[in-house]
Design a protein around this ligand. Sequence first.
Ligand code: C5P
Length: 203
Amino acid sequence: MVVAIDGPAGAGKSTVAKAVAAALGFTYLDTGAMYRSVGLAAAERGVEPAQIAGEVTIELGERILLDGRDVTEAIRTPEASEGASRAAADPAVRRAMVAQQQRIVASGDWVAEGRDIGTVVAPEAAVKVFLTASAEERARRRAAQIGADVATVLAEQTIRDERDSTRAVDPLTVAADAVELDTTGLSLEDVVARVSALVADHR
Ligand code: C5P
């Protein structure tokens, strides 16, 4: 069974997806970490992401390993966020990542988070949630997480949102059968309870 959690940057997807996975005993899949790893590898090697997307080995778990090297922190910098968003706009990179993601969720129970889980990676997902929050709230949360200035995060987030929503391949869109959940002003417990209730309805 797949629970798809999509939405823009800073909507709380990671926190919610991890908590829902823990509550249900499902495995958590962070697809953003895959685009981040490809972007980082490309920047380090000075090549286009598409040239290496099919070659790099990305291991997802408590720590993120790129070709065996721990990049858990390195993929979270503002530069890596920008690199991920650029890499993710390339159709060849998306094809390689989506194929891997589909193999991963083919068996077992997953809470998968990203931008295109409900629309592309797992269109048959049992439960699809599209998480949103106001742009200001999203920037505030992200800034607090990484210890940065809210105005700077908001400016960078606006650029990434725009690129994610307008790219030609698999843009960030709400799946027709997704439940939209605006988390502005909601506690994590509230959101987790709502998503868990949606899953319970499908069991
Ligand atoms: O979710 P996260 O911020 O870690 O994702 C980093 C970038 O990867 C996003 O800005 C987005 O451009 C891209 N992404 C994507 N499709 C996904 C997951 C992430 O395009 N399923």
